[in-house]
Design a binder for this molecule. Structure first.
Ligand code: ATP
Ligand code: MG
Length: 253
């Protein structure tokens, strides 16, 4: 059975896209069949996988709003051995259109039902807000993976996210669970990072991934080559961290 994981945090710039692309690539290296869905109008996940978001015939907008079958929207990227559904600026319209659409929170779940079992994991890169797109991702998902930077205000953001998770569990998607919280851009020499990290573990225990993603320039460079970091610099610290994350996640599943 395919598992759908929404990579989400309403806070911007915390490493959602970097995590979606690189976890997808590292799971593919572990011989898992992977689909990455870019649900952000910024289209960064698609670009980071070498898919030109402007040139695609169909994007996740068409999947959500135009009833284009999922199979027609999937682009298999041979060099990185996983599939992508691109996101682009069209999704900005979907944020509004969804408010008045039929089955408005269920549209992504409906659209993915026909292909769910063609993959081992479907990762969804969410936009930095709790809008209708994110809600569709959370309703379609089996679990949430939450990247966060260990900063002063981060815990507040996480508690807002946890109440959204609870609301969704109590209403449309009782099976939704927390896959884990991932500490990104981690610097253990920083006192504040350490404090926030300790609080996080006190609250969430083993829901916090043991793997931390360090700050690593290769992770920031790789997208400009349209590549996950493992295909760009296979021995970088960023690569090793995302390989460790993929293995940790597979051990838990
Ligand atoms: N571990 C890291 N080390 C160094 N740079 C990183 C790391 N993780 C992410 N970055 C860089 O930080 C910026 C934000 O990361 P990313 O785009 O993954 O965040 P995001 O949560 O998807 O952002 P948004 O909310 O805008 O979608 C990017 O420029 C990315 O290259
Ligand atoms: Mg992003």
């Amino acid at each position: 059975m395919g598992k759908i994981i929404a990579v989400t945090n309403q806070k911007g710039g915390v490493g959602k896209t970097t995590t979606s692309v690189n976890l997808a690539a590292c799971l593919a290296v572990e011989n898992k069949r992977i689909l990455l869905i870019d649900l952000d109008p910024q289209g960064n996940a698609a670009m980071g996988c070498g898919v030109d978001k402007q040139e695609v015939k169909y994007s996740s907008y068409d999947l959500l709003m135009e009833d284009v079958p999922a199979s027609a929207t999937i682009i298999y990227q041979e060099n990185i051995n996983f599939s992508v559904i691109a996101g682009n600026a069209d999704l900005t319209a979907a944020e509004i259109q969804l408010i008045h659409a039929d089955r408005k929170e269920l549209r992504l779940a409906d659209a993915l039902s026909s292909i769910k079992n063609d993959f081992d994991y479907i990762l969804i890169d969410c936009p930095p807000s709790l809008n209708m797109l994110t809600l569709n991702a959370m309703v379609a998902a089996d679990s949430l993976l939450i990247p966060m930077q260990c900063e002063y205000y981060a815990l507040e953001g996480i508690s807002a996210l946890m109440s959204t998770l609870q609301n969704i569990q109590n209403t449309v998607n009782p099976n939704l669970h927390l896959e884990g919280i991932l500490r990104t851009m981690f610097d253990d020499r920083n006192r504040l990072t350490k404090d926030v990290s300790e609080q996080l573990i006190r609250y969430f225990g083993d829901k916090v991934f043991k793997t931390c993603i360090p700050r690593n320039i290769r992770l920031a460079e790789a997208p400009s080559h349209g590549l996950p970091v493992i295909n760009y610099d296979k021995s970088s610290r960023g690569t090793l961290a995302y390989i460790a994350l993929a293995k940790e996640m597979l051990n838990k599943n």
